[in-house]
Design a protein around this ligand. Structure first.
Ligand SMILES: Cc1cc2nc3c(=O)[nH]c(=O)nc-3n(C[C@H](O)[C@H](O)[C@H](O)COP(=O)(O)OP(=O)(O)OC[C@H]3O[C@@H](n4cnc5c(N)ncnc54)[C@H](O)[C@@H]3O)c2cc1C
Length: 498
């Protein structure tokens, strides 16, 4: 994207014509108002001129904020967690509620503008930001209301998982959320939502009772089993393809605040033995037991193998259920014990996510056998310049008991989602590390079928069609009805056919 296309005002054009790109970027950031029209990008990549009067009109129609390059807060809003992504929207709307979202969607549609929707900003490939388009940054929509009697949570479309956990647990209630508290409820839920309670209560999306959603025509709709049922079906697994969800209604479940949880850590040399144990133990695990297998390494460190266990069932059963794990001889550490669930949900938070770069590959597996274990352990290489992480996120249990066609989410029978991530520090050449992870993944991929759209965010294409299996056709028909011009395309994109 050529940033010079954002402004065509006479002053900007005259001053910037002679500036190198870096100086131009500085100038862009120092500007606080637009004195003329803006040139943005359409969804198809063409330039589109947005008149100053239209921008002013949009600004006047909002109760929330309109940010332009140089506005206070523009840089925070445009950025996503992955520091490799550095994009510059032409305009950013921070809505105060659904009415602002309607204004922003209508503004983008009428001009054919590329549209990005950001909740937590955890999209690895940066689907929630864009160059030259309009970004709707939902960070100003973060309220959670718990209905204790109905055991439901009404969660605004920009909320982070930690906010949901915090408010729900204050009433002794929970629902499935992911494992890092600053992940967005929006992206996580619309694509799936694995977490420490998923084997017990299903994916986050299995707990969605209804949504309020602004579709491409600017209408605010309610979607539930009884109202707009096709839309309700599609938003549960189809990602952000159908509109901007301004509010989720989640089913909650009573749970003690204290769970029995922790890590058993072994040296990397025992990783094969440990993964074999994991394969057998997790196969027989009750739904209330969540088990992840993780191999992290820091630059220059050999790495370790970890089983992260969370027992959210009856505490009186914990000793019996966790006995096989607790019997593992000579661990480097065993931290299993009583833990505050909400605090546990924050333990994997990254306090300084912008210190380097990340690249990952992921898929679903339906069994774990010795050949797969050999490929995973033999290919795992600690390195002086990078951190490698292998991660098996537990699936199965209640997730697998939902029929494949009940929601758009297809991979119900998977038992684990292996993910390999490489991270490097700022200033390190990423190419060899990306090449390494691709090579490593090539040895694991043959054991996988399908992938998790929230992690392996393909734009479109054959693999997306086969990933959704028989649900793809119905997704296309929902897309045709609610977003026939593909306004919402920055996601694992279902192409409309009308
Ligand atoms: C550190 C980390 C930990 C993770 N842990 C887990 C985990 O435990 N379990 C799990 O299942 N996944 C996990 N993920 C993957 C996660 O589910 C995806 O990255 C997800 O897309 C993040 O959602 P977000 O709202 O933060 O992202 P964003 O980047 O804000 O959005 C991602 C996508 O969702 C769309 N979107 C977001 N909100 C809305 C909305 N309200 N309406 C319409 N569209 C919307 C965006 O347009 C974009 O296409 C993790 C990711 C990271 C980076």
């Amino acid at each position: 994207m050529n940033r010079r296309h954002f402004f065509t005002g006479s002053l900007a054009a005259a001053v910037t014509a002679s500036l190198p790109a870096s100086a131009y970027a500085q100038l862009l950031h120092s500007m606080t108002t637009v004195s003329s029209s803006i040139v943005g990008n359409t969804g198809d990549g063409a330039e589109v001129e947005i008149e100053q009067a239209a921008v002013e009109e949009l600004k006047g129609a909002l109760r929330g904020r309109l940010l332009l390059p140089g506005s206070d807060g523009y840089d925070v809003a445009r950025r996503v967690l992955n520091p490799s992504i550095d994009r510059f929207p032409a305009l950013i709307v921070q809505p105060s509620g659904a009415a602002d979202v309607q204004n922003a969607v209508t503004f983008a549609r009428e001009r054919g503008l590329l549209l990005a929707v950001k909740c937590g900003g955890h999209s690895f490939s940066g689907k929630s930001t864009c160059d030259g388009g309009l970004q709707i940054d939902l960070s100003s929509m973060r309220h959670v209301r718990i209905d204790r009697g109905a055991q439901t949570a009404h969660v605004a479309g920009g909320c982070l998982l930690g906010e949901l956990d915090h408010e729900a647990m204050a009433h002794g209630l929970v629902t499935t959320a992911g494992t890092v508290s600053h992940t967005g409820v929006g992206g996580l839920t619309l694509g799936g939502g694995f977490g420490r309670l998923a084997r017990k209560h299903g994916l986050a999306l299995d707990n969605v009772r209804s949504v309020d959603i602004v579709t491409a025509d600017g209408q605010l709709r309610h979607a539930s089993a009884d109202e707009n049922p096709d839309l309700y079906w599609g938003v549960r697994g189809g990602g952000g393809n159908f509109g901007v969800v301004t509010s989720f209604e989640f089913q909650l479940h009573p749970m003690d605040r204290t769970v029995i949880a922790g890590d058993v850590v072994l040296p990397i040399e025992r990783a094969k033995e440990f993964m074999r144990f994991y394969a057998d133990y997790s196969r027989e695990a009750p739904d209330e037991l969540s088990l992840d297998f993780i191999m992290p390494s820091a630059p220059g460190q050999p790495g370790v193998a970890i089983i992260h266990a969370v027992w959210s069932g009856d505490p009186r059963q914990a000793d019996r259920v966790l006995a096989p794990l607790n019997r593992i001889a000579n661990p480097i550490a065993n931290t299993i014990g009583a833990k505050d669930y909400v605090a546990l949900q924050r333990t994997w938070d990254n306090s300084d996510p912008r210190q380097g770069g990340d690249y990952l590959k992921s898929g679903f597996v339906y069994d774990i056998d010795d050949r797969q274990i050999d490929a995973i352990i033999d290919g795992f290489e600690p390195h002086p310049d990078r951190a490698t992480n292998f991660f098996f996120q537990a699936s199965g249990g209640a997730i697998g008991r939902v029929p494949v066609d009940a929601t758009a989410f297809p991979s119900r029978a998977a038992i684990n989602a292996p993910t390999v991530v490489v991270s490097w520090n700022k200033g390190v050449d990423p190419d060899p590390h990306i090449a390494y992870i691709r090579e490593y993944w090539a040895t694991i991929e043959p054991f996988t079928r399908g992938f998790y759209i929230n992690v392996e965010e393909l734009s479109a294409g054959d693999s997306l069609v086969s990933n959704f299996e028989k649900n793809y056709e119905r997704l296309v028909s929902v897309k045709n009805e609610y977003d026939p011009t593909n306004l919402f395309r920055l996601n694992s994109n279902i192409k409309p056919t009308v």
